[in-house]
Structures are given as structure tokens and as C-alpha cells.
Design a protein. Structure first.
Length: 558
């Protein structure tokens, strides 16, 4: 396809739609292949399932504990997705992930839409495609958490703000639709993850006004109806949760979750400044080869209003995230749209030799690092079924890096990006397939299967709930239900005495036997599951016990 053909193909709405399609294809393997993950994903999914079971869509709960950390937006979206595509009894994690992949598609489409106005149709499409294919966004697209949808909401708000800003700079009246998208995206981001959207939007507006020495453009945002719209999006639930919890939600969300992240490495997630910058090399793959060119464009073309806007979107928010003690890889995701647009802007002009060489080197280094990571995973946890997926992931990651680097060095930058995206999406999908086959990491699904094979699962009408020691991970709670008992050895013995199935980790085995003997009960071992609990970093060995008088399973438990 020649460049004029490409330009015609992506003209108008087709560019954003194709970018969204790339995000969909990049995220689908994670959505469909990966079992429920610990810990955050399964906590979100379990809390959503309890909403559907209880009919309480205001007070967020995980088992009997309040989950007052984030607003309700993602839970409502997941509840709608499950209600329309599945059933809560099915424990189908894919249904809970649908809002995330829609958020990734929204981010890619918004990026392409704004990029077309900033730098032309081709650059806009390439920006959306690069964002949608990044390893970070395409991974979050398949995980039932807040981050992909947050990225979609913030990217939409910032892209609409860019259209408003550029129209004002050109002496034109901003469109009401753009104002609606800005305020709607901002309100949605608050309903999903509280103030994080404001951490990106507000510093960008302030820095842009200082840089331009002009705040008049902000008067064109439609504050008079925009702020009420945000209040309408967020307010009803905020009032309801305040009443329902007597203000407890806000004390926990701010004092128990947000404040510790600002003052220290909350939940052992501390890291020094520079963590996100180093991680960007891998997380932005397969478009890593464009990072030096994006940086150069941001500096040398900062006088251009569009580039200046992107710098203001990226830099202050990035610095805030880097200076915050608590760090997780996905925190900077709402800024990735600015990076993708800067990279696309770089493609509108010849790329300098330094950016081409440095970009090629970074691309190769990351491709080799990803291949090495797959080898380590296969060596530690892989079986023969994982080797085929692993080989595909290695080959395509290396090809994306090498071919992209080669084409970039030979001044075919657009072709380099398109080739790297296509090969990188395949590599990411194969990596998801590899992870699915690493059976030692999939403990909860194997425990559930052992219960089903032994005819002990509460869903089969057997006495419940299941009691488990040692492995108290949310993935198991999600698969077996709210009433699952996270027990110690004595509580497990009592559960066995009550005729319920019990799962005992080896470190609790002696105490469990002593407690069982004291109660005068015995259990029948029906299966053993071994694996690696990646949340704790421990190897585990779990034995499933049936009450002595229970019926024998029709097939031996595995």
C-alpha cells in the first residue's frame, strides 16, 4: 500500500476506528487467555460479583470487608458487562475485563482523532496505533482493573482539551462537542479513580497558561455547564456512599489508600525516581524505537502550539508520578497518549541520525530483553505446552525489534513503525499464551478444577463454603465465591468436622492434623496442587480433603 493509498484508507472516522481495532487485537489475547490474576484484578471482580449478588451498587465490599479504596465507576461498568454477556454464577473473568478493553480502544481512538487535527490524518492514525499496541496498554486492556478505562477517559479529556486549545489559538470558537468530551472524560476519570485524572489535566492547563502567558483560552471551556456536568457524573454516588458509610469511605480512600502512597512505598511498592522512565522502554514496545525521536520533537518543536500542548500534558504529570514514593508500572499510563502523539509528530518530518541510531539500539535491547524474559519464565515454570507459545513470542519480539530498527536506520520510519506494531502485537499475544501455559502460576484455577473433579465444589450442590489455609489469594475467592473461608489450621479442622471440603497448605499440615485429631474427625485426600504463589513469592503445596463420609468422585482428582 502506497502512502497516498494509506492516507485515503485512514481518512475521516476510519483512522480512529482502525486505531481502536489495533487496540482490540492487541488486548484480546490477555483478555481471553489469562486466568484470574492476583491480587487487584480478582479483588475488583469479586467486589463486582458481590454487587450483582446483593443488589447493593453503592457500598463496595470484598467478602465481608469494605473495599473503600477507589470510586465505583469501574465496578458499575463491570457489573453491566457481566449482566449483559454472562452470569455472576459462571465466574467468567473475561466478562469483567470487557470495560478494560473498551477503555484501551477509547484511548487509541481519541489519540488518533486529536492527532489528525494536530499533525494530519496519517500521523493521527499512527499515534493511535502506537498507543493501542504498547505492551502496557494492551496488557491493562485484558485485566479487570481501573487502569485501561482510566487511560481512555483521561486521553479523551486531554485530546478534547487539545482541540479546544488549538481552536482558540487559531482564533476559532471551540466546538461544543469538544467541550462536552473534555468535561465528560474528566468526570468519568474521577468516577473511576478519584483525583488521578486531575493530576494529569490540571498541571497541564496551568503549565500551558504560564508558558503562553495567557489564561484567556481556559475561559472557553464552558465552565458554567462543565463543572455541573462533572458534579452530575460523580455527585449522586458520592452523596450515596457518604450516607451509606457515614463518611467511612472518604476516610479510608484518602487516609488509608491515597495518603500512604504519597508519603511512602505503600504495600511494598516503593521505587526511586527514574523507575517509570526505565520502564517506559519496555512498556512502550513495540514503538520503543520512536522514543528518542519523540523526545527530540518535544524539545526542538516546542514553539509549535500542538507540540507545546503535548509537552505540558506529559512533563508535569510524569514528574509528579516519578516523585511519588509509591510506584506501579501502570501509574504513568494516562500520559502515554502524549508520548504517542509526540512520536507521530516526529514522523511528519525527517528523523535525525542520532534519534534513528539511538531508537534502533533501544528497540534491539528491549526485544532481546523480552526474549530473555520468556526464556527465564519457560525455564522456571514452563512445560512442553508453553514452549510453542514461548518460541513464537521470542521470534516475533526479536523480529519487531530488529526489522523496525533496520527500517528506521534506513530512513523508512513510517514503515518501521507499522512493521514493528504488526510484529509486536503478535509477540504480545504469544506472550499471553505463554503465561497461560505456565501451570505452576495458575494455582487457583487448578484448585477449582480439583474440587470439581472430586465432586466437592459448592456449585455442584455440595456443602460449603470451602475452607483453605495458606493460599488466601483473591483469585481463589473469586472462583469459589464470597463465602470461601480463609482459614487457619484449627478453623480448617472445624470445617472438616462440619462436613465441608478443606484445602491445607503444607506448612499448616501438622497443626491441621493435631486439630483434626482433637476434634475426632478425619478427612480423605482427593488431590494435591503444587505451584508458585507469585503474590507472595513462595512455592506452595496444597492438599484437598473431603470429609470422610462424603461420596467418592466418579473420576480420580488430578
Amino acid at each position: 500500500m502506497t502512502r497516498p493509498d494509506l492516507d485515503r484508507f485512514i481518512a475521516g472516522w476510519r483512522g480512529p476506528a482502525l486505531a481502536a481495532l489495533i487496540a482490540l487485537l492487541a488486548g484480546l489475547p490477555v483478555l481471553t487467555l489469562i486466568p484470574p490474576l492476583d491480587r487487584d484484578e480478582s479483588r475488583y471482580a469479586q467486589a463486582t460479583s458481590q454487587m450483582l449478588e446483593s443488589g447493593d451498587y453503592v457500598d463496595i465490599r470484598y467478602q465481608d470487608e469494605p473495599r473503600w479504596k477507589k470510586p465505583v465507576g469501574i465496578y458499575w461498568m463491570q457489573a453491566i458487562a457481566v449482566a449483559t454477556t454472562s452470569k455472576v454464577e459462571a465466574r467468567d473473568i473475561q466478562a469483567y475485563r470487557l470495560p478494560s478493553i473498551l477503555g484501551a480502544m477509547l484511548a487509541a481512538a481519541a489519540c488518533a482523532w486529536a492527532g489528525a487535527a494536530m499533525f494530519g490524518q496519517r500521523a493521527g492514525f499512527l499515534a493511535g496505533a502506537m498507543l493501542g499496541a504498547t505492551f502496557l496498554l494492551s496488557t491493562e486492556a485484558g485485566i479487570a482493573k481501573t487502569d485501561a478505562m482510566l487511560c481512555g477517559a483521561v486521553t479523551l479529556a486531554m485530546c478534547a482539551l487539545a482541540r479546544i486549545y488549538l481552536a482558540t489559538r487559531a482564533g476559532e470558537a471551540p466546538q461544543r462537542l469538544h467541550k462536552l468530551l473534555f468535561w465528560g472524560g474528566l468526570g468519568l476519570s474521577i468516577l473511576i479513580k478519584g483525583p488521578i485524572g486531575l493530576v494529569v489535566v490540571a498541571p497541564a492547563m496551568i503549565l500551558l497558561s504560564i508558558w503562553d502567558r495567557d489564561i484567556k483560552w481556559m475561559a472557553r471551556l464552558g465552565w458554567g455547564w462543565g463543572l455541573p456536568l462533572v458534579a452530575l457524573i460523580v455527585g449522586p454516588w458520592a452523596i450515596a456512599i457518604t450516607i451509606a458509610t457515614d463518611g467511612g469511605f472518604w476516610r479510608e480512600a484518602i487516609g488509608g489508600d491515597l495518603a500512604p502512597k504519597l508519603t511512602g512505598g505503600h504495600e511494598s511498592h516503593g521505587a526511586p525516581p527514574g523507575y517509570f522512565l526505565l520502564g517506559l522502554l519496555v512498556m512502550f514496545f513495540p514503538a520503543t524505537l520512536m522514543l528518542p525521536a519523540a523526545l527530540s520533537t518535544g524539545w526542538h518543536r516546542r514553539a509549535e502550539p500542538a507540540v507545546r500542548f503535548l509537552v505540558c500534558w506529559l512533563v508535569p504529570a510524569w514528574l509528579i508520578f516519578e516523585l511519588t514514593p509509591t510506584k506501579l508500572a501502570h501509574y504513568t499510563l494516562p500520559t502515554y497518549g502524549a508520548i504517542a502523539l509526540l512520536a507521530a509528530a516526529a514522523l511528519t518530518q525527517p528523523i535525525g541520525k542520532f534519534s534513528r541510531v539511538f531508537g534502533a539500539i533501544l528497540s534491539v535491547l528491549v526485544g532481546v530483553a523480552l526474549a530473555a524474559l520468556v526464556v527465564v519464565l519457560l525455564t522456571e515454570y514452563g512445560k512442553s505446552t508453553a514452549q510453542t507459545w514461548g518460541a513464537i513470542a521470542i521470534v516475533f519480539a526479536v523480529l519487531a525489534a530488529l526489522i523496525g530498527a533496520f527500517l528506521l536506520l534506513h530512513r523508512a520510519a513510517v514503515t518501521a513503525v507499522l512493521t514493528a506494531i504488526c510484529l509486536g502485537v503478535v509477540a504480545h499475544g504469544a506472550l499471553a499464551g505463554t503465561l497461560r501455559q505456565l501451570r505452576p502460576l495458575a494455582i487457583a484455577p487448578r484448585l477449582e478444577k480439583a474440587l470439581l473433579d472430586a465432586d466437592l465444589h459448592p456449585r455442584q450442590g455440595r456443602p460449603g463454603p470451602v475452607a483453605i489455609t495458606g493460599f488466601h489469594e483473591p483469585s481463589f475467592v473469586f472462583l469459589t465465591g464470597r463465602e470461601t473461608e480463609l482459614a487457619n489450621a484449627q478453623e480448617a479442622a472445624q470445617a472438616l468436622a462440619e462436613g465441608r471440603p478443606v484445602i491445607v497448605e503444607d506448612r499448616d499440615a501438622d497443626a491441621f492434623r493435631e486439630a483434626s485429631a482433637a476434634l475426632g474427625v478425619t478427612g480423605r485426600s482427593v488431590g494435591v496442587v503444587t505451584g508458585h504463589n507469585y503474590s507472595q513469592g513462595d512455592d506452595v503445596r496444597l492438599t484437598i480433603y473431603a470429609p470422610a463420609g462424603s461420596a467418592q468422585p466418579s473420576e480420580p482428582a488430578r
